[in-house]
Ligand binder design. Structure first.
Ligand SMILES: [Zn+2]
Length: 399
């Protein structure tokens, strides 16, 4: 079975194109005007009239926490809490009351994310002596069930601390056996209180298990900047260029070390991930792009015990990244979208990602004339295609 998109708008082409998909890949892109046979039904070819629709590559959510979600479940008010410490303690105190993690909530959220055009997700699953590896197992089960619609990869995430939470390190290794492919970390200094020990532990574990690293770093100012330099040092020492990401990276807002750190990220192959949430610092699109640093975005928590917000919509997330960067230009809007497309794909090491002939056919069609318009207006995802099959229409997952 092959799929043909006729009269499709594709950036870089002067006239509407016909994009043909065969064996899950983009097989041809030619001007629709040059394809007289266009529109002929049958022959195992499904044709979609894409007049007025722009193709984007499948959206990539590079940082989510789908194991935590209450999506489709009860509405749970979030109390006033002042720090990461307090939020983690609150979650630990009440998560069992709501039966978290729950596969039905995770599934409902994944369907919504697919409806919004997401074809790849990296999600951080909590691992600690309380929940064990149950979150990883629940997410792995959902990932299996939705494998034809979205690719889900997991980070084994020590949300409750690593050095300060005995037993967690061994559980992270168990989590890799249960399906996680990346080792997480959290504020080695500010939360765990043992920065060097924490970083050495996760880099050793990553080396032992052939995993990458994606570390939550909310620590800000000079402390956060110092920790980022420590991460860069270890990335080089362990030969992990291209396999290490720093999520949130609030310390990058610390101006005295900002430019030097950005240069070092580019040299060492360390990626930066932001959710552009609330009033926290957002990395500079322009500076990271100029230095060639991989910059990805993600939803972070979606309607969970940490916060009420979130819809899993990565086009809207790209808009927020641009908005928080005070972006107005076409180039700026394109850079913002790249955090949810090519930048995130590079961070995840996705091969054959894109809209070229030979690339895997993960596409999103929206009613827009260019990517800048799509980012600014956040139109409905009219058609979502995963590996050559239509998996969502009009913003809704096709069950
Ligand atoms: Zn997070």
């Amino acid at each position: 079975m092959s799929l043909r998109l006729e009269n499709l708008t594709l950036e870089g082409h002067d006239a509407p194109v016909t994009l043909t998909i065969e064996d899950q890949r983009i097989a041809a892109v030619v001007p629709t005007a040059d394809t007289p046979q266009a529109g002929a039904p049958g022959g195992g070819v499904e044709t979609i009239d894409a007049t007025g629709l722009l193709a984007l590559p499948g959206l990539v959510d590079a940082h989510a926490h789908i194991d935590k979600t209450l999506y489709s479940g009860p509405w749970v008010p979030v109390p006033e809490l002042g720090s990461v410490h307090e939020r983690i303690a609150h979650e630990r105190a009440v998560r069992d009351r709501y039966g978290l993690p729950r596969g039905d909530y995770v599934s409902a959220l994944v369907e919504t994310m697919v409806g919004a055009g997401t074809t790849h997700i990296r999600t951080h699953s909590d691992v600690d002596p309380g929940v064990g590896t149950r979150g990883v197992e629940v997410v792995a089960d959902v990932a299996n069930r939705y494998a034809d619609s979205v690719t889900i990869e997991q980070v084994a995430f020590p949300q409750g601390g690593l050095i300060s939470n005995p037993g967690t390190l061994a559980l992270l290794e168990d989590a890799v056996a249960a399906g996680a492919s990346t080792i997480g970390g959290i504020d080695p200094a500010g939360f765990d209180g043992a920065p060097l020990e924490h970083l050495d532990a996760i880099f050793d574990l990553a080396a032992r298990t052939a995993c990458g690293i994606d570390i939550h770093l909310h620590d800000s100012g000079a402390l956060g900047a110092w920790e980022m330099a420590q991460i860069v040092d270890r990335t080089t020492a362990y030969g992990l260029a291209g396999k290490v990401a720093i999520s949130h990276a609030f310390g990058l807002a610390h101006e005295p070390t900002q430019d030097a750190l950005i240069e070092r990220f580019a040299e060492a192959g360390v990626a930066i991930v932001s959710a552009a949430v609330y009033d926290v610092p957002v990395p500079s699109l322009a500076k990271l792009a100029a230095a060639g640093v991989t910059f990805a975005s993600g939803s972070d928590g979606i309607n969970d015990l940490w916060g009420p917000y979130g819809d899993g919509d990565m086009l809207r997330r790209a808009m927020l990244v641009g908005y928080r960067n005070s972006v107005r230009t076409e180039a700026g809007l394109q850079q913002a979208l790249a955090t949810a497309t090519t930048g995130a794909a590079r961070m995840l090491g996705l091969e054959d990602y894109g809209l070229g002939v030979g690339d895997l056919a993960d596409l999103v069609l929206v009613r827009a004339r260019c990517t800048a318009e799509a980012v600014a207006r956040v139109p409905v995802r009219e058609v979502v295609i995963k590996a050559g099959s239509v998996v969502a229409r009009d913003g809704r997952y096709l069950s």
